[in-house]
Design a protein around this ligand. Sequence first.
Ligand code: FE2
Length: 565
Amino acid sequence: MYVLGIWDGHDAGAAIVRDNKILVAVNEERFTKKKLDIGFPENSVKECLKFTNLKPTHIQKIAVTTTDFAKTLTRLVPGMKDKYYLFRRRKVEKPRLDESRRHFKYTATEIKELPLCRKLSNIYFKGHLNSLGFRDYEIHWVDHHAAHAAAAAICSGFDKALAITLDGVGDALSGTVNIFEEGEIKRISSIPARDSFGIFYEQITTLLGMRELEDEGKVMALADFAYQVPDEENKLIDFFEVDGLQVKCKYSTIGKYSRLKKILWNTPREELAFMAQRTIEKHITQLFKNAIDETGIKNVCWSGGIASNIKVNLKVRQESGMKDWFVFPHMGDGGLAAGAALYLCLQEVGKPARRLENAYLGNEFSNNEIEESLRKYRKKVSFEYREDIAKYAGEYLANGNFMLWYQGRMEFGPRALGNRSIIAPSSPIEIKDKLNLQIKKRSWFQPFCPSLLEEHAKKIFSDVDSYDRFMTMGYWTRPEIRDKVISVINVDGSARPQMLGDENPRFRELLKTVAKKTGLGVILNTSFNLHGYPIVNTPEDAVDMMLNSKAPAMAVGNFLVEIKK
Ligand SMILES: [Fe+2]
């Protein structure tokens, strides 16, 4: 039985799942080129069907999620979401009434489902699905946090685990604690929208002049450059209180925003970032610890936008008393289509969980298709077929160069894991500025991440407990090795690595070539995009970005591409 999952909100997308296994999953932004695009993901649905060789009439079960008032409203009045999208991304002049808009948003997202919401959302989905040729299907509604929890629980491979979700808001909640056991997900605690850690962090992002729902990682990075404000001086630390499995915020969502604005008035930007980061780390670690202590369950999996904060993840891994852990790689709302489909599949099939083997769940192009694309650019680029492309790239990097790297199936989620990547040596430090400022056009303080052979992980990090395939966790680098990985670590010595096993043989060969030359199989790996744009989708997108960034070399499939002089 195939289940199609659809998410039409922030970072819309689609996925097809069978027997609790994700067969294909993609996000709309890769097709429309609008980062974190919102709306019915028509392109994603078509791509999922194409990849699995299915017709719309083959699909009888469709899982969709979130029927709160705010989401329903944007389904009925699409102009609202388009306006918010431009406002959020600061693509328009600051509106005169931006504060009132913000208040409206906070109020609307805290309203639970009203009686008509599901009915109206059904009409909206049926309209889109029927026009794509779907017939005789059932629409199943999955609660927002149940979808996040199912993604984490089912892909964790655990038989029994705590599944914790934390995000901004969805279906009027900002988090849940669940027990996953014998194929069932049982919710034992809910965190209301007003007490949201995610909205708090989103407000900090906005107040620091960055894009909410997009630049939260920049806030986390900025915090590393601040004076380490002790808790007694941290003006934000008592915003939250965690009591057992309950979270309480001292202020309403609107009240919180006003209070933060006042604090910002006489607080340096990086200090505010630090205080916010410390605040969520402290309270979320407490929540995880309480959940583990109360249930006695030590294997923990988690998802939701907050799970993209690797410093929070690092803290809970080390200080909550957990044994084994798993973070769903597409932790934000972009993973909801897969989560909703997995949830429904679990209800229908009830098969036990299986560990997600890899995140290469998107589309791919054959060498023939790639060659056809490259021919369109033959006046601007030269290209040659190389059987030894991974070895060539490994040696190219070991000699101090960087390149663009486009291979196999596209990654599902925000992290490039060696198929849509910009790759470079892990030192010296100068490579960081070059990539940040010249190629990706990002802020100078944003760090890069390493990809490494899993067998070299313990040489580089002092706290490896299991091998993270998906760049979801923070680890501490060994001080004696830092100069060799200086371009891929944070200023405090932490890093967010991809520890590669056998799931990507070509990328492994590249890393092994680097190891042969340098003694360490580690490189810099960042997503194949310009800052603020989605990761490239097609080979044509890849060439366009190469021409735009003037990158010196690119590997696309087996082809080595260079810009003509
Ligand atoms: Fe969410």
